[in-house]
Design a protein around this ligand. Sequence first.
Ligand SMILES: Nc1ncnc2c1ncn2[C@@H]1O[C@H](COP(=O)(O)OP(=O)(O)O)[C@@H](O)[C@H]1O
Ligand SMILES: [Mg+2]
Length: 248
Amino acid sequence: MSAATGIGQAVHVRGLDKRFSRRGAENVVLEQLELTIEAGEFVSLIGRSGCGKSTLLELIAGLQQPSAGSIEVGGRAVSGPGPDRTIVFQQYALFPWRTALQNVMFPLEMAGSGRAERRRIARERLEVVGLAHAADRYASELSGGMQQRVGLARALACDPQILLLDEPFSGADAITREGLQQLLADLHRRFASTVVLVTHSVDEALRLSDRVVVLGGRPGRIVAEVRPSADRDDAAAQREQILALLGA
Ligand SMILES: Nc1ncnc2c1ncn2[C@@H]1O[C@H](COP(=O)(O)OP(=O)(O)O)[C@@H](O)[C@H]1O
Ligand SMILES: [Mg+2]
């Protein structure tokens, strides 16, 4: 990535409430959530299905608005989506009729980059995810793992400060998943952007993150924060601790 990148931005979540009302009934999903993510930190969010992980990620992305409280990214209040944050979903959501290269070029087109510049950056990003050789293949012709790599390359196209990932590898088989995890670790090391990863895999969270944030309860709140230990016994105990909190 360009020399200008490399420093992610901090995220401050303060007094965050998120409620949905439906037919008069109110569903309080998140209540009084406080969370600080440091610039360049890799944080995993883990919790049972329905506890509000995707909602929190979409709030940070600016795709949803808080019911109360605030979210700041790089010291500025989030009021909508911005080029400083990109989100990657489990579904790759590539355009099947575009080539890998054209998919990665898409956000650069939206940003108004010139044609030569778009091609240059998109090629570079594909190289970063190990897919330079597949640049001219249509997205529909790529395997699931390759599509998710293109999705990551596309997410990185505009040099985001913050990479938001919602269970991006859930659909992958074990071997593909391992490769994608390795790629994500490399990307984080190389570009030092801030990463927030939603995952349901305790092992994935412990393996990749600086900090694992466990969400739980109803309404959702933070029930534990764990800094993965390099010590084998400690790591095993942390794994058990998180599994117990998840009720697994
Ligand atoms: N757009 C929405 N409208 C109404 N309820 C929603 C909406 N999005 C999420 N919810 C509710 O918020 C809760 C948390 O959902 P979600 O954030 O998707 O959980 P998770 O990602 O942890 O599985 C669920 O009860 C879900 O039904
Ligand atoms: Mg979810």
